[in-house]
Ligand binder design. Structure first.
Ligand code: ADP
Length: 487
């Protein structure tokens, strides 16, 4: 396979529908590099009409795609993953240019995308059914899994590649055709991934891409009866809109929504490991990770040491344009995000929090044209402060101290969200008791990284429903059919 000239794609300004690129008839959205405000490409500003056309194309391709064996579908998926690997450098540059994260993180993301697609290419082969003992000798009970059907995928801007793979790979492996709607801030990664899928030879209509007006496209997804399932990652606010809209047709939904992840450090923890994990997770993607740490709860006996160690590491982070060598922290997604993060920080400071490092917007050269915020560590934070209650989604580590296991469990669970939590301790009893009592869909024990193809990623409470990854992620795109046989 030869590397594709992906840079030609960023200005293509076309939807991908039924196996062909359809130039925009509805204007374009400029895609901006958050590091310097430059326009890096454009995509169609499409709406309901384009979404309907893409759904129709997916619908036409559905029966044939579902009829192929999982092994046949896997051939296309492996070819896609191989092309993603061959083009990883290019893909990573596009991702960083529109999203801001350091190139090294974009390269890891490209590798993750390939891994998810490969893993599901194989897992599709294990979509087992069941036979269940019946009540009579001449009866048989069979349960067979079948693809849900045409699936719409709505993805966010923080992981523009991973989110497509985490939804698209299981959907395709299950035998569903897809219509993808990426976030308007980061549609170019989607354009590139879809172009590579086209090269991999997927049949026309199996993968379709539309970009543009989110609420119009979203409404078409929810009201078009040909769409059988919608998988969404984004804000809780939009997730709730989709739940309401799904009622009319009892549309199946998977939702990965906001989070408020606690990172709990007990006094017996390996402090070096805890500090490394805390900084690694919190400042990945400039703090814009769904399962990113929101608040660090540190036992009072070690809080001072922990805070000092974290602040020291954070102070040394190199901030800048993610395309530049050695940069560890890029910009946040836009100026609105900078303003929101700063507001929460300033409010916390007024209420008594102390800035250990950072704490301001970066506006001097070379940051003035981008949306940069200085990596920040706050101590003296209390859980009443907004910075502890809301999903910050920026490079800020608020540190709260606690004195007992019971207290910290109550504090950590006192949120309407329930995506991820992290615990650092060497006490085996505590590992189990605390993990079991934390009201979150995922718990990282002595580790703060979670997203891998084989594990079920997802949240409880207002963080969503459904799981991505593992056999659970495949089941999200399958119905089960019970067949009662009389011989
Ligand atoms: P974020 O805060 O991450 O931008 P959003 O929920 O606004 O979260 O966006 C996540 C995805 O949902 C994006 O692709 C966005 O375009 C899309 N989106 C936004 N509003 C709607 C809507 N009303 N219906 C469907 N999708 C939407």
């Amino acid at each position: 396979t030869s590397p594709l000239n992906l840079s030609n794609l960023v200005n293509r300004n076309a939807h991908f529908i039924g196996g062909a690129w359809e130039p925009s008839t509805s204007g374009a959205i400029d895609v901006i590099n958050p590091a310097n405000g430059e326009v890096v490409g454009r995509v169609p500003n499409g709406g309901a009409a384009q979404a309907a056309k893409a759904i129709e194309a997916a619908h036409r391709a559905q029966r044939e795609w579902a009829a192929r064996t999982p092994a046949q579908r896997a051939v296309f998926m492996h070819a896609w993953a191989a092309r993603i690997r061959d083009n990883a450098d290019h893909l990573a540059r596009i991702l960083t240019s529109e999203q801001g994260k350091p190139l090294s993180e974009s390269l890891e993301e490209a590798e993750g995308v390939a891994m998810f697609i490969e893993w599901y290419a194989e897992e599709g082969k294990r979509a087992y059914g069941e036979t269940i003992p019946a009540l009579a000798r001449n009866k048989r009970i069979l349960v067979i899994p079948q693809p849900v059907g045409v699936t719409a995928l709505i993805t966010p801007w923080n992981y523009p590649g991973t989110m497509i793979a985490r939804k698209g790979a299981p959907a395709l492996a299950a035998g569903c055709t897809v219509v993808l709607k990426p976030a308007s801030q980061t549609p170019l990664t989607a354009v590139a991934l879809v172009a590579l899928a086209q090269e991999a030879g997927f049949p026309a209509g199996v993968i379709n891409l539309v970009t543009g007006k989110a609420s119009e496209i979203g409404e078409e997804f929810m009201t078009n009866a040909q769409v059988r399932k919608v998988s969404f990652t984004g804000s809780t606010e939009v997730g709730k809109l989709l739940i309401r809209a799904s009622a009319e047709q009892v549309k199946r939904l998977s939702l990965e929504l906001g989070g408020n992840a606690p990172f709990i450090v007990f006094p017996d923890a390996d402090l070096d490991a805890a500090v490394a994990a805390a900084v690694g997770n919190k400042f990945e993607n400039c703090g814009q990770m769904c399962n990113g740490i929101n608040v660090m709860y540190v036992h009072e006996d070690i809080a001072q040491r922990f805070s000092r160690m974290v602040a020291q590491k954070v102070a040394s982070l190199k901030v800048g344009n993610g395309l530049e060598e050695g940069v560890q922290l890029g910009p946040v997604i836009d100026h609105r995000a900078v303003a929101f993060v700063d507001k929460l920080v300033q409010e916390a400071v007024q209420q008594g929090a102390k800035v250990e490092v950072g704490g301001s917007c970066l506006t001097a050269t070379p940051y003035q044209k981008g949306s940069f915020y200085s990596p920040t560590v706050l101590t003296g934070v209390t859980t009443e402060m907004r910075i502890a209650q809301e999903e910050v989604f920026g490079p800020v580590a608020p540190i709260v101290t606690f004195s007992s296991e019971e207290e910290v469990l109550a504090l950590a669970n006192a949120t309407p969200f329930g995506l991820a939590a992290y615990v650092f301790t060497k006490d085996v009893r505590r590992v189990f008791e605390v993990s079991e009592q934390l009201e979150f869909g995922m718990v990282g024990v002595n580790s703060a990284s979670l997203s891998v193809p084989q594990a079920p990623f997802g949240g409880i409470k207002q963080s969503g429903q459904g799981r991505e990854g593992g056999h659970h992620g495949l089941e999200e795109f399958m119905e089960i059919k019970y067949i009662s046989l009389t011989l």
